[in-house]
Design a binder for this molecule. Structure first.
Ligand SMILES: Nc1ncnc2c1ncn2[C@@H]1O[C@H](COP(=O)(O)OP(=O)(O)O)[C@@H](O)[C@H]1O
Ligand SMILES: [Mg+2]
Length: 509
């Protein structure tokens, strides 16, 4: 006697279909789960027996063996409770046709079905494997409802699911609600930022071409304030992006009944005492870190100088490659990390170095150490470096005034960013990259050629600024974006000159 129930397991943010086979043998009573099950699944045996009994069912008095197929792939997660329980309940009974139905859910001792992590990626892989109906915890239905071509049958209790597979009752179909838009009116707008036009311009360049940005300046001049406004000027998420990001939050266990779907570009601002695992991801059962939670949005590192040097260093490769690889015992887990990197830092440890009204208390040794930590290889990979000065006195007068029309607003900036991104998408159709910030060597050769005058300017700066080859290609990418912002096919000298401003050593500026 053998039953088969379909479900799936997670590897990073990807799901893989799994079949739960349950068999009954004569012999001493026992309950064994095989097929590379992790501890959570092994513990299922302790939960499932009382749960079945508390629903009025009987647990077989013989030897029960559960095999998770394919046996070679590690399985994890409490969502195996429901398929395993149903496999047992179905033993020896007439059941409905379940070929195109899958089950996920955690079961409490009293039979209640609880929500699980990663329901969306599990559903995605099951749908691809031909599953038409998914029986899942009520708690996860809203999140999975972002998928349109799979029937969702939410259950609140093991009894309901059991009666369904035994053909005693039907389960009501989940009615999809419109994915509401919560983008509007976040309350923050670039128009609230007084002055700082050169910084806003740099931010515009960064957002338009997807270049990272490092802002350095005295405390209180608006670095954090501006960083928070950057997601607002990025293009709206596409449907595919919403599915992808919601999947990551689902695996991280960060979705709530109020916000079952991620509708807005992420903005993550981890505290500087974050661990490497918290930032990059990992753990026994790998979870996405801040870098992946910021995928397709903004990762803001406020006060970079305060972060642990090793943590900063660990970000280098993931930020450059756009993915994070985590090796576990038996497999490699991959998390995405395509972020717009935004960094804020004080010019020195005490923060007063650039403020003529205050005295810097740092020793020469401290200054040197701070700079070395800050401007290391990680910061070097961030395209735009810009100095943030205190707001000018004249502009300060307008602080608090209600006329928000004077300063460039979020809406205006977003319009420009969207236009410039569309132009890049059109130009790079069929290429591996879609914006200037991602151009590889070949892309730079093909799309960033310079006229004679611009070349001369570049040559002179190469010497003067002591640029590396990496710095050189960064300038070309930025110059391409700046040319695109003024809708110029050719990269002119003025575009190169502006790009050069974003690579000047902040110390000497
Ligand atoms: N340019 C500005 N326009 C309007 N308000 C500003 C500006 N700069 C700073 N502020 C105000 O000062 C506060 C502190 O700024 P903040 O962004 O935290 O500075 P920083 O991060 O550079 O230390 C902000 O919350 C804001 O109220
Ligand atoms: Mg700040």
């Amino acid at each position: 006697m053998l039953t088969k129930v379909r479900t799936a397991t997670l590897s990073g943010i990807e799901g893989y279909p799994v079949t739960v086979e349950t068999d009954l043998h004569s012999g001493l009573p026992g309950f064994h789960i095989v097929g590379l099950a992790d501890t959570t699944i092994k513990e299922a045996s302790k939960r499932i027996k009382p749960a079945i009994q508390n629903c009025g069912g009987t647990f077989p008095g013989e030897k029960v063996t559960v095999n998770l197929v394919p046996a070679g792939r590690p399985k994890e997660g409490s969502h195996f409770d429901l398929p395993i329980a149903l496999g047992i309940i179905m033993l020896g009974s007439e059941v409905i046709e379940l070929e195109d139905t899958a089950f996920i859910g955690e079961v409490s001792l009293d039979g209640t079905i609880n929500g699980v992590r990663g329901a969306l990626p599990l559903a995605i892989c099951l749908r691809q494997a031909g599953i038409r109906n998914l029986v899942l915890p009520l708690e996860n239905a809203a999140e999975v409802s972002i998928l349109e071509d799979i029937n969702l049958l939410p259950v609140a209790h093991l009894r309901d699911a059991a009666e369904y597979v035994l053909g005693i009752r039907k389960l009501p179909l989940y009615i999809r609600k419109e994915i509401e838009r919560e983008n509007e009116e976040s309350g923050v707008d670039f128009a609230q930022v007084v002055g700082q036009e050169s910084v806003k311009r740099a931010i515009l360049v960064g957002a338009a071409g997807n270049h990272g940005i490092l802002m350095m300046g005295s405390p209180g001049c608006g670095k954090t304030m501006m960083a928070k406004r950057i997601p607002g000027i990025l293009p709206e998420l596409t449907y595919e992006e919403k599915v992808e990001i919601t999947g990551i939050y689902s695996v991280a266990g960060l979705l709530s009944p109020e916000h079952p779907i991620v509708n807005q570009r992420p903005f993550r601002s981890p505290h500087h005492n974050i661990t490497q695992t918290g930032l990059i991801g990992g753990g026994v059962r790998p979870r996405p870190g801040e870098l992946s939670l910021a995928h397709r949005g903004v990762l803001f590192l406020d006060e970079l100088g305060e972060f642990d040097a090793r943590v900063i260093d660990a970000m280098r490769q993931p930020v450059e490659e756009g993915i994070i690889r985590i090796n576990r015992n038996l497999e490699e887990v991959i998390f995405p990390s395509k972020v717009m990197m935004v960094i804020a830092a004080n010019p020195c440890k005490c923060g007063n170095l650039w403020d003529s009204r205050k005295i810097c208390t740092c020793s020469a040794h401290q200054l040197e150490g701070y700079r070395r930590k800050l401007m290391g290889p990680f910061a070097d990979r961030v395209d735009i470096h810009i100095k943030v000065n205190p707001v000018e006195k004249d502009n300060l007068m307008q602080y608090g005034e209600t006329q928000l029309t004077k300063w460039m607003s979020t809406a205006e900036m977003r319009e420009i960013v969207c236009r410039t991104r569309a132009l890049q998408a059109e130009r790079y159709r069929g290429e591996a990259f879609c914006c200037n910030g991602q151009l590889d060597e070949k892309g730079i050769r093909n799309y960033c050629s310079l006229g004679r005058e611009s070349k001369e300017l570049m040559m002179a700066s190469y010497e003067r600024l002591g640029l590396s080859m990496r710095g050189y290609s960064k300038i070309l990418r930025m110059a391409r974006t700046i040319a695109d912002l003024s809708e110029s096919d050719r990269i002119e000298t003025e575009h190169v000159a502006e790009a050069l401003m974003y690579r000047i050593d902040l110390e000497t500026k």
